[in-house]
Design a protein around this ligand. Structure first.
Ligand SMILES: [Zn+2]
Length: 426
């Protein structure tokens, strides 16, 4: 991404956000907030049984594991230090809402808020620049149609990687942001999350442009560093994007995330896989029972796995949907042939059952017991198991689930090496 282009975009953005601050919030509030700037921030500390904040070379601060961590471990849950409107269409109202939220923080929390990274975007106040750079999407039941963002002071200290070792989600029953390990992590390793929600569909250049525009840093993770690994990863992510949007969603073309990389929302601004998580829009346009769609899903899973995206909720959910729909398709076929499975059916069923069980366990374990989605998953699980009327294996532990997925995925050839492999068109 050229610097000139970024500058032009920055100037355009700047011209959109300039307004008279005195017209929308009081000077009293600004003066009160300014006083907190010089308070030293107590950032270096342990904030969970597993994590502590430390200086990280080249990144300012970061978070590291203080002990070995198993996958699917709840590492930390944090309540919001404040929630505010973060609507790109109403910057004035958002700014006012952010200033209000900051003014309600305790002096200690406010000092730590001001110590967070400010980001390079030209928002009118420092508070808004810090807020927009660090906030997490946060539901506001009273205003569900507006975008709300909350600050989680400690969670904000976690740096980005395009191959992160943790994932986070808002738990509606506790109203806290929860952080889970998605891989085994050894003591001393830096804890990372991904900042860009569509990154599994973006090449290194697209990801870098977005990270530079919003956060002002250049990612140096293994798949962003100029190397054969990066080239291979870019190729895989282009295929993942094509498979998802063309093969599974039935779209004529793939969305262009380059505008989004520069903070300009294009027509495709929602997160495709994330929409499944919220239970909306997933089935729209996706005929998951078509054998063709399932081939695309299988191919996508393999690409995600080979690119290091095999851990985390999105992969597990993808695997779960693929395995359950493929199993139901075989079941329907068996019913049509008087319940007699062919040898081919049996060969196909065993790894699917294993994949279904493993992906269910990995998803349920990263959610609270009373999380509505976890309850739904358990019901679906029982339904599919009853349908086959067999106990296929002993219940798996998290470790066994991970191994099962690895074994299934590694059995398939790398699609980039397998030149003649093509998903069947339906
Ligand atoms: Zn990266």
């Amino acid at each position: 991404m050229s610097t000139i282009l970024l500058t032009i975009v920055s100037l355009k953005m700047a011209s959109r956000v300039i307004f008279d601050p005195s017209s929308c919030f009081s000077h009293f509030l600004i003066n009160r907030l300014k006083k907190a700037h010089d308070v030293p921030a107590p950032t270096l500390r342990q904030f969970s049984d597993y994590l502590k904040i430390v200086p990280i070379e080249g990144k300012g601060f970061g978070v590291v594991a203080i002990k070995d961590i198993e996958p699917c471990t709840l590492l930390f849950a944090e309540a919001a230090a404040g929630a505010a409107l973060v609507d790109p269409a109403s910057l004035t109202a958002s700014n006012e809402s952010i200033l209000q939220a900051v003014s309600h923080m305790t002096p200690e929390i406010r000092a730590r808020f001001y110590a967070l990274h400010e980001g390079p975007r030209p928002f009118i106040t420092r508070e808004m620049r810090i807020w927009k750079t660090n906030c997490f999407d946060w539901p506001n039941p009273n205003m569900p149609e507006n975008s709300w963002g909350a600050i989680c002071i400690d969670m904000s200290r976690i740096n980005h990687s395009c191959l992160p070792n943790t994932d986070y989600m808002h738990n509606p029953s506790t109203d806290k942001m929860e952080l889970y390990s998605t891989r085994a992590i050894t003591a001393g390793t830096e804890i990372t999350i991904r900042y860009g929600l569509e990154f599994e569909y973006c090449t290194a250049d697209e990801r870098k442009a977005r990270l530079r525009y919003i956060y002002g840093f250049t990612c140096t993770c293994p798949i962003c560093s100029d190397s054969p690994l990066q080239m291979k990863s870019d190729q895989r992510r282009r295929l993942i994007k094509r498979n998802y949007f063309v093969g599974m969603m039935g779209q004529a073309t793939v969305p262009d995330f380059s505008a989004k990389a520069l903070g300009i929302d294009g027509p495709m601004s929602t997160r495709p896989i994330g929409s499944q998580r919220r239970g909306v829009g997933f089935h729209d346009g996706m005929q998951i029972f078509r054998p063709g769609t399932q081939e695309f899903m299988r191919h996508t899973l393999k690409l995600m796995y080979d690119d290091g995206l095999m851990c985390g909720e999105d992969f597990w959910m993808h695997a779960n949907i693929y395995a359950s729909t493929a199993l139901i398709r075989i079941h329907k076929k068996m019913k049509a042939q008087m319940g007699m499975p062919t040898r081919q059916d049996l060969v196909e069923m065993m790894p699917l059952q294993k994949l279904f069980m493993a992906s269910t366990i990995l998803q349920v374990k990263t959610r609270a017991e009373d999380d509505p989605f976890a309850i739904q998953l358990k019901e679906d699980f029982a339904l599919v198991m009853n349908m086959f009327n067999v106990i296929i294996m002993e219940p798996m532990t998290i470790k066994q689930s991970e191994e099962a997925i690895r074994e299934i995925m590694e059995r398939e050839p790398d699609p980039l090496v397998e030149r003649h492999w093509r998903p069947r068109a339906s």
